[in-house]
Design a protein around this ligand. Structure first.
Ligand SMILES: *[C@@H]1O[C@H](CO)[C@@H](O)[C@H](O)[C@H]1NC(C)=O
Ligand SMILES: *[C@@H]1O[C@H](CO)[C@@H](O)[C@H](O)[C@H]1NC(C)=O
Ligand SMILES: *[C@@H]1O[C@H](CO)[C@@H](O)[C@H](O)[C@H]1NC(C)=O
Ligand SMILES: *[C@@H]1O[C@H](CO)[C@@H](O)[C@H](O)[C@H]1NC(C)=O
Ligand SMILES: *[C@@H]1O[C@H](CO)[C@@H](O)[C@H](O)[C@H]1NC(C)=O
Ligand SMILES: CC(=O)N[C@H]1CO[C@H](CO)[C@@H](O)[C@@H]1O
Length: 343
């Protein structure tokens, strides 16, 4: 039976690599055990991550300021158009629209969520589930952006009601930098040409630089991502792509990739990459700042933390690679960090 001989084959291989596998498995178990006190782990991890690639003086207030829990996001329908096709990379930018379906848990006239360095182009709040006599449109009295709290705050003319569902739509714009956080661009040389790609590092709290969101790990929701890209580029994300169609914007042809909806997860786990190199090569791509990033369904590692020469590598090198894999795998298994309140 083919299945059985496949299994035997597999068993033989396992026998041969038993020691290595044991090492990896125990590294994972140790990592899981070490990381298991989740709150502590999360804080440490955030501190570590915050030390890299950000100099924001607002870090302290970010960690202290917590979103109110009156609203709970259920689903994000997020469309992003990263533009890395300009001649000058200091002009790389993105625009996007997010439709956040949320439920109101406690009556409130304020909608408060995270957003940093985004230009808000359009805002709309609608009642999702209503009695026929209700007006679905919710008028926005005013809105403000707090740089210190890193929030977008909407003040409504009438309060949102408990147990009702609403839809918040925000259209926004932002810059794509090469700072290796949130949505960033990086480059590599091919045939004497500079090739650019765009990718994300949303951990620990940088999703808010890419789209308005409830950017705390406890606010878990489902995400349906749509990415627009140019021909000869591909996009990949946590979930498989469902379909692609074309859209003309200002006379340019764009390819619209729709991804399947994710399971419930935190904002920091969302990720995508738009690039020219082959999908399979992404695992060894240049330009990733962290040794590796755990993302649900898509794990990326940098070349120098993954490539080993069998003859040259020292025990330390092998251990280092094992540690990176175990670390990222442990995040993927355990990684539902939660800092405190039930969302
Ligand atoms: C960069 O953007 C500015 C403003 O949007 C524009 O005036 C300028 O022409 C752009 N430069 C390049 C090289 O694309
Ligand atoms: C790119 O744009 C920046 C700022 O707009 C400018 O300082 C720089 O000289 C430009 N570079 C090129 C190669 O045009
Ligand atoms: C908010 O709503 C939740 C559930 O809907 C309830 O358990 C909680 O007591 C409410 N809190 C306040 C301050 O009203
Ligand atoms: C790449 O560019 C360099 C300098 O611009 C040039 O000397 C070299 O011949 C080029 N190589 C190829 C393969 O085009
Ligand atoms: C996937 O794409 C097909 C064809 O466009 C569409 O009919 C279907 O609803 C999509 N499924 C999901 C889960 O988005
Ligand atoms: C799993 C996978 O896609 N591995 C690829 C990672 O990158 C190397 C080098 O480009 C490929 O040889 C692997 O197939």
């Amino acid at each position: 039976m083919p299945a059985r001989s496949g299994w035997r084959n597999c068993k033989n291989k396992i026998g041969k690599y038993k020691k290595k596998i044991t090492a990896v498995v125990s590294a994972i178990l140790i990592a899981v055990a070490v990381f298991f006190p989740l709150k502590h782990f999360n804080e440490e991890y955030m501190k570590q991550a915050l030390n890299v690639g950000t100099t924001s003086s607002a870090i302290a207030s970010q960690l202290i300021y917590r979103l109110p829990t009156a609203l709970r996001p259920l689903h994000y329908d997020l469309e992003l158009i990263p533009d890395i096709y300009q001649a000058n990379s200091s002009n790389f930018s993105f625009q996007g629209t997010v439709k956040i379906e949320f439920v109101c848990r406690n009556q409130t006239s304020d909608v408060i969520l995270h957003a940093v360095d985004l230009t808000i182009v359009e805002l709309d709040v609608q009642l999702r589930s209503w009695d026929p006599q209700d007006d679905p449109n919710i008028l926005i009295k005013s809105f403000q952006i707090s740089k210190e709290r890193e929030t977008l705050e909407l003040h409504l003319l009438r309060p949102l009601q408990e147990k009702y569902r609403y839809l918040l739509t925000v259209t926004f714009r932002g810059q794509i930098t090469d700072l290796f956080r949130s949505m960033y661009f990086s480059s590599y040389q091919e045939n004497n040409q500079t090739k650019y790609f765009v990718s994300t590092i949303f951990v620990p709290n940088h999703a808010r630089l890419a789209f308005p969101c409830f950017d705390e790990p406890a606010f878990k929701a489902r995400f349906t991502l749509t990415i627009l890209r140019k021909e000869n580029f591909i996009s990949i994300s946590n979930m498989p792509r469902n379909d692609t169609h074309e859209r003309i914007i200002d006379g340019d042809v764009w390819f619209v990739d729709h991804f399947l909806t994710t399971p419930l997860m935190s904002t920091y786990l969302l990720t995508f990459t738009v690039c020219q190199f082959n999908y399979k090569e992404v695992n060894s791509s240049r330009g990733y700042k962290y040794a590796g990033m755990e993302h649900w369904g898509l794990v990326s590692y940098s070349e120098n933390s993954m490539l080993l020469s069998e003859e040259m590598a020292s025990i330390n090198d092998k251990e280092a690679v094992t540690r990176v894999i175990a670390h990222e795998t442990a995040h993927m298994v355990v990684g539902t960090a939660d800092y405190g309140h039930g969302g």
